[in-house]
Design a protein around this ligand. Sequence first.
Ligand SMILES: NC(=O)c1ccc[n+]([C@@H]2O[C@H](COP(=O)([O-])OP(=O)(O)OC[C@H]3O[C@@H](n4cnc5c(N)ncnc54)[C@H](OP(=O)(O)O)[C@@H]3O)[C@@H](O)[C@H]2O)c1
Length: 265
Amino acid sequence: MQEQLTIIGGGNLGKSIISGLVSSDIFNTSDITVVDKSFYNLSYVKDNLGVNISQDIITAIENVKWVILCVQPRQLEGVLNEIKDKVTKDQVFISTVTGTSIEEINQLLPDNKVIRVMPNTGAAKKLSMTCISAGKDVKEELAIVEEIFKTIGETLVIEERLMQAATVLGASGIAFFLRFLRAMIQGGIQMGFHPHEAQIIAVQTAIGAATLVAENGTHPEREIDKVTTPQGCTIEGLNEMEHQGLSSSVIKGVMASYEKINTIK
Ligand SMILES: NC(=O)c1ccc[n+]([C@@H]2O[C@H](COP(=O)([O-])OP(=O)(O)OC[C@H]3O[C@@H](n4cnc5c(N)ncnc54)[C@H](OP(=O)(O)O)[C@@H]3O)[C@@H](O)[C@H]2O)c1
């Protein structure tokens, strides 16, 4: 693609997105620019990913078709105010910023197309789950944004009203699964494994379990049935976990997180 792309914010997520992009042929590396305040972030992306770097946000978005906003929510308004008089109508803004709606961005950039994305930290290993939503009249741009985020994992286009839920299930979801993983490791240690051994076993088992569902397209319970012998040890463990409220506490935790996110601005 001949068009150019600028990422404002080369932090944790920005770096992951750039590393996905440079490994694909969607943009030439020479057509990608990263703007950040931190010289450390800029020299990292320059040395390791070979893209252009800049500390001047205005010059960095000149003649650029795609702009990815990758700053913290509290920094977004400042960035938009800084650029709003310089942007041109044909520029498309892709926002990764949690909790800021397309309408809110359009209040400062009324003439621009805006697409919201919600990736997760799996992006660093090209295993992100990225939910994407867009307003009307952005069909063509939406297809390109999907292509961009497929370079760092899986994508799903959703309605914008579900973006907060996507943040809980997809982004906070990383922490929820990891807490379960930690509990499995602790169980393994109590049965006699060294912590690093328990971690190897639990991590690979988690990857196997998720891959079975992802690749077979089956419901999790179908895969559970395959390892649940009548009167065996698996059903004994599963039922004890449920008696202790496993499913209920996970659903309640997801809903508590969802209620909280709706109060955060
Ligand atoms: N990390 C994730 O997995 C994840 C997942 C989904 C969504 N998000 C969203 O993605 C956004 C970025 O998250 P992150 O974890 O990558 O944040 P981060 O590591 O803090 O990176 C943001 C970077 O942008 C720089 N910056 C801020 N204002 C700037 C400006 N005016 N000009 C140039 N650079 C500027 C910051 O510099 P300073 O630090 O010097 O201010 C920082 O290096 C957030 O809104 C977050 O909610 C993140």
